[in-house]
Design a protein around this ligand. Structure first.
Ligand code: FE2
Length: 466
């Protein structure tokens, strides 16, 4: 970059020199100047602006050529920038986020790479090796490593392999008692890359501790031909979920129908082993360390937050082993302040049919467990709209019940919602792209919902406005 800037400075100096270039003659040699730039010739200006072989004799051609030169320089600048950083980066967790981090970075190189890290303020870089595996159906490779034994609520700097650019991340605080924890939640993130980026930019304004996307990230349907969509998703997240001062915002994902070839589990396709799940959801199981196999999991933040990421029938049945696991794991976490479930298909849909088979299964199998274990808010997706239900207990409005919030419209075209006045469970429903900001402080949970324009469209507990 420095070389290019130096070249531009030299070029301007020569252009202004009398006898080398004038408006009347337009004497300049653009073709060779471009060539020189491409070969990173540091002295192209002094070498070529005086060259007599190639003369442009009108200003129109000059302007055209300078436009071409400008874009040439821009292109090279972008190339230089991209060479300074990996193609994509994903930070997530498989263990306690107060003391660990799992780091993926994508490059075109197959060889194992090193990760450099240090707590902010320290001088010496520590090194960790990454495991490398192929990015499905792509010429890229995924390098993955995990750090453990970190200090809670601390900042750590990172550098990836040969790349110079320094990023950082924060471990999660040890407790939600002393400071608010901000989590941006939503799903159904990318009908178009620019739609994902637009909502991400609103997310970034709130600088959340991390992001949760509850399924249907890139709409790739497990299809080899859709690999570009997955590249675009990662590219959008790198561009718009890293703060100006280079803090990488971690992302936790869940599985949706659009991560899976055919969308849904069936006993004919899945025999219950991990190979089948990888075959039908190849990107999901390869590119996200969490939830990992079998497609649902729980993440404990100290002992203040337990995040359940569930599979609404995409690579696992709702009923049976997953529900049994959920009951067991909820039982183990009776002392946690916040139990937050996130999953794709809504129990209380804002667009689709209330009697849909998977919605009914969620209500029958999971919701009674949520009620038993003091869940206050459940996060749902899939319907491409915004909704908030009344508090519901035993399928009836009850102020001691659970509020179901969603419904997955982060970066997708929205759908028409049910009429709130005629749908007993819906307190609010809007056809708007949005994300939900969940703030935890002490034992309080507060929701603020922000649309793609950055306007607050809902809040719970309700402000007077809503
Ligand atoms: Fe979906």
């Amino acid at each position: 970059m420095k070389t290019i800037l130096q070249s531009i400075e030299t070029m301007n100096f020569n252009i202004d020199e009398p006898g080398i270039w004038s408006k009347e003659t337009g004497i300049v040699e653009i073709a060779k100047a471009e060539f020189a730039l491409n070969t990173k010739n540091k002295t192209f200006a002094s070498k070529h602006f005086t060259h007599p072989d190639c003369l442009f004799k009108n200003t129109y051609k000059m302007r055209k050529s300078f436009i071409a030169l400008f874009f040439g320089i821009l292109f090279i600048s972008l190339q230089v920038k991209s060479q300074n950083e990996p193609l994509a980066i994903l930070l997530t967790w498989t263990e306690d986020p107060t003391t660990t981090i799992t780091i993926d970075w994508h490059t075109a190189e197959n060889q194992s790479q090193q990760l450099f890290f240090r707590e902010k303020g320290k001088e010496k870089w520590e090194v960790e090796s990454g495991n490398t595996h192929p990015f499905p159906f792509s010429d890229r490779f995924v390098h993955r490593t995990a750090l453990a034994g970190l200090n809670p609520g601390a900042s750590y700097e990172l550098k990836f392999g040969k790349y110079d650019k320094v990023y950082f991340f924060n471990t999660m605080p040890a407790s939600a008692a002393l400071q608010p924890i901000r989590i941006a939640i939503g799903g159904d993130t990318m009908h178009e890359k620019k739609m994902l980026e637009r909502t991400n930019k609103q997310v970034l304004n709130y600088e959340p501790h991390f992001v949760i996307m509850g399924g249907d990230m890139a709409y790739e349907n497990g299809d080899a031909k859709a690999v570009e969509k997955v590249h675009n998703w990662f590219d959008a997240c790198k561009k718009t979920l890293i703060t100006k001062d280079n803090r990488i915002i971690p992302i936790v994902v869940g599985i949706g129908n659009h991560e899976v070839a055919g969308g849904y589990y069936s006993p004919e396709k899945f025999s219950g082993n991990s190979e089948d799940r990888e075959k039908y959801a190849p990107y999901f199981f390869s590119l996200y360390a969490f939830p990992g196999q079998p497609g649902y999991n729980v993440l404990d933040f100290g002992n203040y937050l337990s995040l359940f990421i569930l599979d609404t029938g995409h690579t696992n049945p709702i009923e049976g082993a997953q529900t049994d696991w959920l009951a067991t794991e909820l039982n183990k976490r009776r002392n946690f302040t916040h139990i937050v479930p996130v999953y794709h298909i809504p129990a209380y849909p804002s667009v689709r049919d209330f009697n849909g088979s998977r919605s009914e299964e969620v209500r029958r199998n999971w919701v009674p467990l949520f009620e038993k274990h003091n869940v206050k808010i459940a996060f749902e997706n899939h319907d491409h709209a915004y909704k908030r239900t009344f508090p519901i207990k035993e399928n009836t409005i009850d102020e001691k019940g659970i509020v179901f919030v969603g419904d997955g419209a982060w970066g997708v075209r929205v759908r028409e919602v049910h009429d709130v006045d005629e749908t007993w469970y819906l307190k609010k429903a809007l056809s708007q792209r949005h994300f939900i900001l969940l703030t935890l402080q002490g034992n309080h949970q507060q929701l603020t919902v922000i649309n793609k324009e950055g306007e607050i469209i809902d809040a719970y507990p309700e402000f007077e406005k809503f």
